[in-house]
Each structure stands twice: as C-alpha cells, then as structure tokens.
Design a protein around this ligand. Structure first.
Ligand SMILES: *[C@@H]1O[C@H](CO)[C@@H](O)[C@H](O)[C@H]1NC(C)=O
Ligand SMILES: *[C@@H]1O[C@H](CO)[C@@H](O)[C@H](O)[C@H]1NC(C)=O
Ligand SMILES: *[C@@H]1O[C@H](CO)[C@@H](O)[C@H](O)[C@H]1NC(C)=O
Ligand SMILES: *[C@@H]1O[C@H](CO)[C@@H](O)[C@H](O)[C@H]1NC(C)=O
Ligand SMILES: *[C@@H]1O[C@H](CO)[C@@H](O)[C@H](O)[C@H]1NC(C)=O
Length: 629
C-alpha cells in the first residue's frame, strides 16, 4: 500500500521537475507520514516523536471507523476524538489486527458502549490504550486479552460500575491504570491481580467511601496513588504499609476530619501529598516528621484553625506549601523554621491572618519565588514587606481591597514576572506604577472598578497602545454609567468626563476598613481626593501655564503637611522624561528616603497628572514615600 501511495506522489511531483535528489526524500517523507492515504476529515502526519499518526478530531463520526482508508501496516498512533458538541457514535470490535505497528490507540468522546470481546487480540504492539470519555459500563478480563505489552490503560470518564476480580490479569506489563470519574463503588478483592508492575493508579471521582487494604496487596510497587473525591473519611493505615514506595499521594476533596500524627509514618518516600478540600481542623505536631523527602504539601480548603508549632518539623525539603482558604487567623513563625531553606512557594490566601504575622513568617522563608496572599481583605501592604525576597517571581494579591499600590513595594523584587492584582478596588493606576509594570511579563488587572474619567484613567490611556504586550487587554470601565462595560482600549480621550461625573464621590473611601495596618490612611486619602478633584475642575477652567503652577502650588501647600510632594514631584517628572534616571544599574527602581524638608519652593509642573494622589504610609521600618491612584 505504501509503495502505491509513494508512486502516486512521484507522478504528482514530476511536472514540477524536481531533481531526483530532492524528490526522493520528499517521497520517503510522504510515505512515512502516511499522507497519501488518509480518511476523509482526518489528518495524517508525523507526531512529535516522528511516528505515523492518524488524527480524526472533527467529530460526528458514525460506525464503521474508517480503517480501510488507513495505511494499517504503517500507522503507529491513532487518535479519534470529537468536540463536545459533536460527539462520535462508535463501537469497537476486533478491527485492529492489521495494525501491526500500532503503539497508541485513543478513541475518546465517541460514546463507545463496551470494549468488546477480543477487540485487541493480535495487537501486541499496543502500549497506550485511551478510551476516556465514552460510555463503557462494564469491563471484563477478555476485553484486554492480547495486550501483553500494554503500559497504560486510561478508562476515565466512563460509566464503569463493576469490575470483577482479575479484570486486568492479562495486562502484566501495565504501569499506569486510570479509572477516574466512573461509578465504581467497590473494589473487589484481587481486582488488581497480576498488576505487580503498576506504578500509577487513579481512582479519583468514584464514591468508594472506603479502601480495602486487601486490594492493594497486588500493587505493592505503586508510586502514585490518587483517590480525590472518593468520599473517604479515613484510610486504613495498613494500606500505607503495603505501599512503601509511594511518592505521590492525592487524597484531596475527601472527608477526612482527623489525621493522627503518625498517619503517614510508613510513607517515607513521599514527595507530594495532597490533602486539600478535606475537613481537617488542625495539623498536629510532627504529622509529617517521617516525610523527609516531601516537596509539596497541599492543605488548602480545609478547616484549619491551627497549625501547631512543630507541625512541619523535619520537612526540610519542602518547596511548596499551600495553606490557602482555611480558617487560620494565627501563624507562628516557629512553624516555618524547618522550611526556611527549602520553601519556594507559599499560599496563605483566603485566611484572616493579620498582616503583621504574615510579615514575620515571610521573614523566615526568604527564598520564596511564588507567594499568594489573595482574598485576605488586605487594603495596604507595608513598603518593606518584600525587602528580603529578591527571588520572588510570582505574586498573587487578587481579591483584596487595594485602591492604590505603591510602586516602591516592588522595588526589592526585580525578578517579578507575574503579578495578579485582579478583583481589587483600583479605579486607576498612577504612572510610576505603570512604568514599573512594564518589566512584569504577566499582569492580571481584570475585575477592578476602573473609573473611565480624566481623574483616573489617563495614565493608562497614555500607555495603552504603547506597551509591547498589552497588559490592559480585556479591562473594562465600571464607571461612569455611560461608559460601563467599555473596553479600555477603545476609549477616546475626548469622550472622557471629569471626575465629578463618577457620581458617588471619588472612590478612595470605598476600601472600607483600611483599619489596622496604616492608621489615618482613610482620612488622608479622602481629603487628598477632594483636593485633586478641586485641582481638576480648576484645570478645566484655566489653561494658562502660570495659573497651572498656581493650582499646583495651592494643592501642594494644602497637602504638604502630610505628603511631601515637593520632593517627589521633580523626581517623578524625571522618571517620565528620562526613565533611566531612577533606575539603578541592574534595572531596579531605586527608592529614596526623603527627609522631612518642606522649605523648598514648589516646582513648576510641566505635566499635570491630576490622577496621582499621594498618601503616606507610616511604616515604622521603611519610612518612605508612597503614591496612589
Ligand atoms: C486520552 O485522550 C484524551 C482526549 O483526547 C486526552 O485529553 C488525553 O490526554 C489522553 N490521555 C493520554 C494519556 O494520552
Ligand atoms: C450510555 O449507556 C447507557 C446504557 O449503559 C444508555 O442508557 C445511554 O443512553 C448511553 N448514553 C449515550 C449518550 O448514548
Ligand atoms: C526527624 O528526622 C530525624 C532524622 O532525620 C529522625 O531521627 C526523627 O525521628 C524524625 N522525626 C520524626 C517525628 O519522625
Ligand atoms: C490568584 O489567586 C486567585 C484566588 O486563589 C486565583 O483564582 C487566581 O487564578 C490566581 N492567579 C494566578 C495568576 O494564578
Ligand atoms: C488604541 O488603538 C485602538 C485601535 O488599535 C484605537 O481604537 C484606540 O483609540 C487607541 N487608544 C488610544 C488611547 O490611543
């Protein structure tokens, strides 16, 4: 068949007068790719590993599977799938015998009701069989006869209800078995008979309620075991004793209410442990004391109110710790001491831990690359928070109550690549921050109440079409009413109104409870807001440069008691006229600690940026300037 195909190619190529030396490789390629004979609406090509592959993914296929149109002796990978809206309706039977090189067979989203007797008899080359997303309800041992070399069997997302003992007994080489999201309620004894080489087992999404240790006697080589959402409330620890080589254990989204401190005693090789989405109220002392190789621990979405001081004792290799969305209101610094050298990722989101305690914890784990503090009702961060975290690459502050964000916060973290400030209360951003944002590769700003008026949005509009990657893509106005829902990038400056049109005040007071961290912040902000509004109105009326200076002067004069804008304004201008001015050699933004000196005369403002309103944080450690929107 392949020679016929190749011949066809040659005759078609001839009119192009290709020299033989050029034509020959093309011919070979065509034959090898199986490109000459290919079923309608399928694609025949070489896969990434150079194997001949047939892919039929258009959907709507009916029986029979068009194998007659395939070069059966050549195909190494066959993938039949469908988009969700156009599922296939296929059955399978013993049709693959002539596929003498078939290594991978994927027939998914095809409504296959049953695997059939001896369907794979005579296909000993098959290594991966993927029948996920079908309608298989029963599996029996004869379904898999002849698959002596099968390494992976994927049957996820079917309707399998029953599997008798020894179902997989012909699959003696099997390494990976996944049965996730079926309707299995019981694992019968000896279900996994002859699966002595199995390394990975996924039973997630089956309501098993309990696991019978007996079943695991046949799979003692297991390295990866997942049973997420299995309705488990405890595990017979005999299972752990049978599976001493486990490196990954995923028991997320179950109903564990208690873990004894020696629960995982027998799992000494564990590298990843997922216990998220359970109901654990506490992590007891030394629960992971035996897991000296543990790298990743997920305890998110439990009911943790307490993590004991020595809960993480011995976890000196832990890189990734997720405590998000618990009920923690306290954290002890000592808890994190064992992790000081190893921890790279920390998620404390969704807890009501005070910023002061977060700060102490951060002072212990200095090698963090990835930090999430989402949904913590934060209104403000102390400027010095990241001073020792030069390695930080990812920072998630989404779902907080920020209305402003001092760019100086990010000065100590020059390597930051991704920042999530979505779902906050920003109505605009100031130029300085926007400038700092330009070196951040991925920025998330959606779901903020952007105020599309001259007070808030001008700095963004100034940059919107100028940045290489449009970081404002998808952002929409929230106010004023007339522009609600408008994408920022379609705004015309001329259609913008003055701040007063945003109705309900200037917005800076909306933060609600800015309490605690920065005292007096609200008062300053709202007053400043009024001053800026006043300045804006004046601007509208007066255009002369002299008058502008006058406005600036009065504004500064009114504000100078608590802002120190005089010192900052020249610097700010310098930034935007010559951005390099504030950059140190390695490209970070320097931040200056300016003395309380208000004796200098106010500068003439060349560029009026009414959208910038200055506040001052009273951070005891880093008494320096902050600016806001
Ligand atoms: C099985 O097929 C599904 C759907 O085509 C695909 O998403 C999945 O990655 C495949 N599994 C394997 C192990 O190749
Ligand atoms: C899946 O199989 C069941 C019987 O096992 C049948 O009732 C149902 O209609 C099938 N689903 C589809 C979408 O064909
Ligand atoms: C912690 O590790 C040390 C040595 O690595 C070991 O002696 C000790 O038993 C471990 N602690 C627990 C609670 O297992
Ligand atoms: C930040 O955290 C929120 C809440 O946990 C999450 O939904 C979002 O995907 C995270 N952002 C990024 C970029 O991962
Ligand atoms: C940005 O570009 C779009 C078209 O690409 C244009 O419609 C829009 O007016 C521009 N916005 C600004 C602020 O220049």
């Amino acid at each position: 068949m392949s020679s016929r195909a190749a011949g066809g190619r040659v005759s078609r190529w001839r009119p192009a007068r290709l020299s033989l030396s050029l034509a020959l490789p093309l011919v070979l390629l065509a034959a090898a790719g199986g490109a000459a004979v290919c079923p309608e609406r399928c694609a025949c090509s070489l896969d990434l590993r150079g194997r001949r592959q047939v892919v039929c993914a258009a959907g709507g296929m009916q029986d029979p599977i068009p194998i007659a149109m395939m070069e059966q002796k050549q195909v190494e990978v066959l993938r039949i799938s469908a988009p969700l809206a156009r599922l296939n309706a296929l059955t399978i039977g013993p049709i693959f015998q002539k596929f003498s090189r078939l290594e991978e067979l994927h027939i998914t989203y095809s409504n296959i009701p049953a695997i059939g007797k001896h369907s794979f008899w005579g296909v000993p080359t098959l290594q991966i069989l993927n029948l996920t997303h079908n309608n298989v309800s029963h599996v029996l041992d004869y379904n898999f006869r002849g698959l002596a070399n099968l390494l992976e069997l994927h049957l996820d997302d079917n309707r399998i209800e029953s599997m008798p003992s020894g179902t997989f007994r012909y699959l003696q080489e099997l390494r990976v078995l996944s049965l996730a999201r079926n309707r299995i309620t019981e694992l019968v004894p000896r279900l996994f008979l002859m699966l002595g080489k199995l390394h990975q087992l996924d039973l997630s999404g089956n309501r098993l309620l309990e696991l019978n240790p007996e079943v695991f006697k046949d799979v003692q080589e297991l390295r990866v075991f997942r049973c997420r959402g299995c309705g488990l409330s405890n595990i017979n620890t005999l299972i752990y004793r049978l599976l001493p080589d486990l490196t990954l254990l995923d028991l997320g989204d179950n109903e564990f209410k208690y873990l004894s401190s020696d629960e995982f005693r027998d799992l000494r090789k564990l590298q990843e442990l997922r216990l998220d989405g359970n109901q654990l109220p506490v992590v007891l002392e030394r629960t992971f004391g035996g897991q000296s190789e543990l790298q990743r621990l997920t305890l998110a979405r439990n009911r943790l109110a307490k993590v004991t001081t020595s809960a993480f004792a011995n976890l000196t290799t832990l890189r990734d710790l997720d405590l998000g969305y618990n009920k923690l209101d306290r954290l002890e610094t000592a808890t994190f001491v064992p992790l000081a050298e190893s921890l790279r990722r920390l998620d404390l989101s969704g807890n009501a831990i005070s910023l002061a305690e977060v700060k102490y914890v951060l002072q212990v784990v200095l090698k963090l690359k990835d930090l999430s503090l989402s949904d913590m009702q934060l209104t403000d961060l102390p400027l010095g928070l990241f001073v020792y975290h030069e390695h930080l690459r990812f920072l998630n502050l989404s779902g907080n109550h920020f209305t402003h964000f001092p760019s100086q916060l990010l000065s100590p973290v020059p390597k930051l690549q991704e920042l999530d400030l979505s779902r906050n209360r920003f109505r605009g951003l100031d130029e300085r921050l926007l400038y700092r944002f330009e070196s951040i590769r991925a920025l998330h700003l959606h779901s903020n109440p952007w105020a599309c008026d001259l007070c808030h949005i001008i700095p963004i509009l100034n940059r919107i079409n100028k940045t290489a990657v449009n970081m404002f893509k998808g952002l929409r106005c929230a106010t004023p009413y007339s522009l609600e829902g408008r994408p920022l990038e379609t705004l015309q400056r001329s259609s913008l109104g003055w701040c007063s049109s945003s109705g309900s005040g200037f917005g800076y007071v909306e933060g609600g409870g800015a309490a605690g961290v920065t005292t007096g912040f609200l008062g300053d902000d709202s007053r400043l807001g009024l001053i800026a509004a006043g300045a804006a109105v004046l601007l509208l009326l007066v255009t002369g440069a002299a008058l502008l200076a006058g406005v600036a002067y009065s504004r500064h004069h009114a504000a100078h008691y608590y802002t120190r804008e005089e010192q900052r304004a020249p610097e700010q201008e310098a930034i935007f006229e010559n951005p390099a001015a504030i950059l140190s050699e390695n490209g970070d933004i320097k931040y200056k600690i300016v003395p309380m000196d208000v004796s200098k005369p106010p500068p003439k403002k060349k560029k009026m940026s009414v959208s910038t309103i200055d506040g001052i944080t009273k951070d005891p450690e880093l008494h320096t300037l902050t600016n806001g929107t």
